[in-house]
Design a binder for this molecule. Structure first.
Ligand code: CP
Length: 337
């Protein structure tokens, strides 16, 4: 690592060279998993939302490196936290993130934080990532983003490691990153992170979604800049069938549109028109060039993706989930080792 990493909020916090160095360490740790480098060190894991993979993989990562994870579920076993400034705290929150960040920093050597928003809120406010930035500002130890409104960078690292392992060097390899229909509007952080990570690695990125489901313009601009620096490309498709031929990977993930943000009923009504066309089946996968199927999980079978895709050898989702453990161990060693 060419500079100390004080916080890891987004894929663009690491250069391509730094990311590749981290992936090499992750591969070493995958072969030789048990180390004592973090003996006596504690990672405070703070969850404002539920989790299976993130929670288990970070907890086990600290254990396998000789350290310890202390896990807080906000509002369930610990106090509800307020993040807004200049409010009288006479609601459900008993504590402010300012105190929580200061105190947690006295106990732990790093903080890992998950706080992604509900769709019935305000995107312009959410995209400022106030909870994460509050912890970075008030805390005195490194912060790792376990999912924020804009990014899920550890998922992005695990995904790009999976692509390296299954497809070889990713430069100019075609990947479809596609929206899928879902019964409720989901966060877009996972899509943002694989989009930026794939662009950083110079992949031929085909972003597929119906008209109206464009990503945040800042994310698109970042991906386009990184793609041109790395010799890759970004192209948007409004027809999934047009994007698939020749693809080596299909990353399928639903997200709620920005134009209806704050109004889930309107979003669900408009998304319904795309239910059949944007539901991934083996028929779609057969139109790729022996493409792998990728998804961050959790996924509802039969909603975004047909159950047959999960049962086909093209399914790489369990490998992506396993790789969360290896890339996060590499990240923890770089930040705390
Ligand atoms: N992919 C992922 O972050 O899974 P969890 O939400 O279960 O942690």
């Amino acid at each position: 690592m060419t500079k100390p990493l004080e916080s890891f909020m987004a894929p663009q916090d690491l250069t391509l060279e730094e990311t590749c160095e981290l992936l090499e360490l992750a591969k070493e740790l995958k072969k030789d998993p048990i180390r004592r480098d973090l003996y006596g060190k504690t990672l405070a894991m703070i969850f404002f939302n539920q989790s299976l993979r993130t929670r288990m993989s970070f907890d086990i990562a600290m254990n396998q490196l000789g350290g310890h994870a202390s896990i807080l579920d906000i509002g369930a076993g610990t106090w509800d936290l307020e993040h807004r400034d200049d409010v009288v705290m006479d609601g459900s929150a008993s504590e402010h993130i300012r105190e929580a960040a200061r105190v947690t920093s006295r106990y732990a050597d790093a903080i890992a934080l998950r706080a992604f928003p509900k769709y019935d809120t305000n995107w312009e406010e959410n995209r400022r990532e106030l909870i994460h930035n509050g912890f970075i500002r008030e805390g005195t130890v490194p912060l790792i983003n376990m999912e924020s409104p804009l990014h899920h960078p550890c998922q992005g690292l695990a995904d790009i490691l999976t692509i390296h392992e299954k497809l070889g060097p990713p430069k100019q390899v075609p990947i479809v990153i596609s929206w899928g229909w879902h019964m409720k509007p989901l966060p877009m952080a996972v899509t943002d992170s694989i989009f930026v990570e794939a662009a950083k690695h110079g992949m031929e990125v085909r972003l597929a979604h119906p008209e109206g489901w464009e990503l945040d313009p800042e994310i698109t601009a970042t991906a386009e800049t990184l793609a041109s620096q790395a010799g890759g490309s970004v192209k948007v498709y409004n027809d999934l069938d047009e994007a698939l031929p020749g693809a080596r990977a299909v990353y399928f993930k639903s997200w709620g549109s920005l134009r209806n943000y704050g109004n889930p009923q309107k979003e669900m009504a408009e998304a319904l028109a795309h239910r059949e066309k944007w539901h991934l089946t083996m028929d779609h996968m057969r139109r790729t060039d022996k493409g792998i199927f990728m998804h961050c999980l959790p996924a509802r079978r039969g909603v975004e993706v047909a159950a047959e895709v999960f049962e086909d050898p093209c399914n790489a989702t369990t490998d992506e989930a396993e790789n969360r453990l290896h890339v996060q161990k590499a990240l923890l060693l770089k930040m705390l080792g």
